[in-house]
Design a protein around this ligand. Structure first.
Ligand SMILES: Cc1cc2nc3c(=O)[nH]c(=O)nc-3n(C[C@H](O)[C@H](O)[C@H](O)COP(=O)(O)OP(=O)(O)OC[C@H]3O[C@@H](n4cnc5c(N)ncnc54)[C@H](O)[C@@H]3O)c2cc1C
Length: 443
C-alpha cells in the first residue's frame, strides 16, 4: 500500500529513519509543503538555501518530489486521499511551531496515522532527564547524561530504498521551488554537506579544539545550515568522529549544545520569545529614537568598535557569523547598548542562513544572562580585548571593515581612526558600569 513521506527539516536520503519506515510499506510519494507562514518568516537567505536543498533532493529522486504550497493540514490529507495512502511518515519536529502544526495535521488525517520516526537530533528532546524525570537546566550534567543515553548507528537508506511514485500525473497542485536569486557562500544539498564534512574532518577537525574560537581562521565546520535543514544528520557527523582525539571530543560537545537547546525549548516553549529566567523580566532596557539609532548602527556595522563592526558586516553580507562574534555582538547589543535581546535575535533570524529557533533564541539568552546556564550578567565582554585575543593579527577585521583594510593598528589601540571609520557610538567602560547598575536594580 502506498505511503506518503513528508519532508521537513530532513532534506536528504541517507541516514533517514523516516524514509526507511515509509519504504517498508511499498510505494512512496515524496512531498514537501511550502507553508506560506514559514516562507514569510524565513529571511531571504534561508529561503534560498531551502530552495537549493529542495532542488538537489528532487534531482536525487529523478524529479519524483512533489512540492506544493499551502497549509499542511489541508495539503497533506488531500495528497493522502489522492494516492490512497495508508500512512504519512515524518521525522519528528520538536519546536513549538512544528508541534502545533503536527497536532493539526494529525487531527485532520485521522484515522490515517502520522508516523514520526527519528528527529533532527542525536538524542531527541525529552529523552535526557534527571533521575526524578525533570529536565536539566545546566549544560554539563545534561552532557554527561546525554552521552550515557547515546544514539543509534546511522540508518541505512537512500534513493533506492523505495519505489517512488511519479507526482506528475497527480492533480495536487505542484508549485515552483523558491529561488529568490540570493547569492549564498554555502552550497546546499546532501552531497555538498557530505563533501564539506569530509573536507573538514581531514583539515579542520585535527585543530578544532585549538582554533575553533578564531574567526580569522576557517577553523569550524560550517555544518550549521546543513543541520538546520537536515541535509546531513548529526548521527552521520558523530559516526565520523574518533573520540580519542581532542578535536573530535570538542566537536561532539558542540553537537550536544545543539541538543541541549532543543531540549530546553521543548520543555519551555515560551522561552522562544520571553526570558527563560523570569528574574530578568524587570531589567530596564532602552527605547525611543536614540535606541533605534544605535540599533541601526549595530545592524549596519557602524558602531566604531572594529571587532563588532566586522562581525555585523559579515552577517549582513553573507548570512553567516562565527560563534565568537555571535557572542561578542550579542553582548554588545544587550550590555553596551541596553537594548532588548529580542531585537538582536530577530535581526539574526532575518539574516542567518542557519537561523534556528532553539540555537538562536537560547544563544541570545545565554549572552543576555537570562537563559539556562547563562553567562553571568556581570561578565561583560570588552569588544576591543575580544578582538585582540581572537583576531590577533587583525585579518578578520581587515577583511570585513574596508576602512581598516590598510591600517596597521586595526584594533585602534592608539585611538587614531582612519578617515571614514565612525567614532565609537558609546563609551564601553561607562556602559559596562550602567549595565551593572541595571543588573543590581533587579534586586
Ligand atoms: C547569539 C547567538 C546566536 C546563535 N544563533 C544560532 C542559530 O540561529 N543557528 C545555529 O545553528 N547556531 C546558532 N548559534 C550557535 C553557533 O554560533 C553556531 O551554531 C555556529 O557558529 C555555526 O558555525 P559552525 O557550523 O561552523 O560551528 P562548529 O563550531 O563547526 O559547530 C558544529 C555544530 O555544533 C552546533 N553548535 C556549535 N556551537 C553551538 C552553540 N553555541 N549552541 C548550539 N549549537 C552549537 C551547530 O549545529 C554547529 O553547526 C548562536 C550562538 C549565539 C551566541
Amino acid at each position: 500500500m502506498p505511503t506518503l513521506l513528508w519532508f521537513r527539516r530532513d532534506l536528504r536520503l541517507g541516514d533517514h529513519p523516516a524514509l526507511a519506515a515509509a519504504a517498508d510499506g511499498g510505494e512512496v510519494l515524496a512531498c514537501f509543503v511550502l507553508d506560506p507562514r514559514l516562507e514569510a518568516s524565513s529571511g531571504r537567505r534561508r529561503l534560498q538555501f531551502l530552495g537549493d536543498a529542495l532542488r538537489r533532493l528532487s534531482d536525487d529522486l529523478d524529479g519524483r518530489l512533489l512540492v506544493t504550497r499551502g497549509r499542511p493540514e489541508d495539503r497533506i490529507p488531500r495528497l493522502v486521499k489522492e494516492i490512497d495512502a495508508t500512512a504519512v511518515h515524518v521525522s519528528e519536529d520538536f519546536a513549538p511551531f512544528g508541534r502545533r502544526r503536527d497536532q493539526r495535521v494529525r487531527a485532520a488525517l485521522d484515522p490515517v496515522p502520522l508516523v514520526a520516526t527519528g528527529s533532527p537530533y542525536l538524542v531527541s528532546p525529552g529523552r535526557v532527564g534527571k533521575p526524578d524525570g525533570s529536565p536539566y537546566r545546566v549544560f554539563t550534567p545534561f552532557f554527561r547524561r546525554w552521552r550515557d543515553v547515546g544514539w543509534r548507528e546511522p540508518a541505512r537508506s537512500g534513493a533506492d530504498s523505495a519505489r517512488w511514485i511519479d507526482p506528475a500525473p497527480l492533480r495536487a497542485g505542484q508549485c515552483e521551488i523558491p529561488d529568490p536569486g540570493t547569492e549564498l557562500d554555502l552550497a546546499a544539498g546532501e552531497r555538498a554537506a557530505l563533501g564539506a564534512w569530509e573536507a573538514f574532518v581531514d583539515t579542520g577537525l585535527p585543530h578544532y579544539a585549538r582554533d575553533r574560537n578564531r574567526p580569522d581562521l576557517e577553523a569550524t565546520s560550517r555544518m550549521s545550515a546543513h543541520l538546520k535543514f537536515g541535509t546531513i544528520h548529526p548521527r552521520t557527523l558523530a559516526a565520523g568522529l574518533d573520540l580519542r582525539d581532542g578535536g573530535a571530543q570538542a566537536y561532539l560537545r558542540q553537537l550536544a549544545f545543539r541538543d541541549f537547546y532543543a531540549d530546553v525549548l521543548y520543555h519551555w516553549p515560551a522561552s522562544a520569545r520571553r526570558n527563560w529566567n523570569p528574574d530578568f523580566d524587570g531589567i530596564r532596557t532602552d527605547g525611543g529614537a536614540e535606541a533605534q539609532r544605535r540599533f541601526e548602527a549595530w545592524k549596519t556595522g557602524r558602531t566604531g568598535f572594529p571587532f563588532v563592526d566586522a562581525g555585523m558586516r559579515q552577517l549582513r553580507e553573507t548570512g553567516f557569523l562565527h560563534n565568537r562574534l555571535r557572542m561578542v555582538v550579542a553582548s554588545f547589543l544587550v550590555k553596551d547598548l541596553h537594548l532588548p535581546w529580542q531585537w538582536g535575535a530577530a535581526w539574526f533570524l532575518d539574516q542567518l542562513v542557519d537561523g534556528d529557533m532553539a540555537n538562536n533564541q537560547h544563544g541570545w539568552q545565554w549572552s543576555a544572562g537570562c537563559g539556562t546556564d547563562a553567562a553571568p550578567y556581570f561578565r561583560v565582554f570588552n569588544p576591543g580585548k575580544q578582538g585582540e585575543k581572537f583576531d590577533p593579527g587583525g585579518d578578520y577585521i581587515r577583511r570585513w571593515v574596508l576602512e581598516l583594510a590598510g591600517a596597521d593598528d586595526v584594533h585602534l589601540r592608539k585611538g587614531e581612526r582612519p578617515q571614514g571609520y565612525p567614532e565609537p557610538i558609546v563609551d564601553h567602560d561607562a556602559e559596562r558600569a550602567e549595565a551593572l547598575r541595571r543588573y543590581r536594580d533587579l534586586g
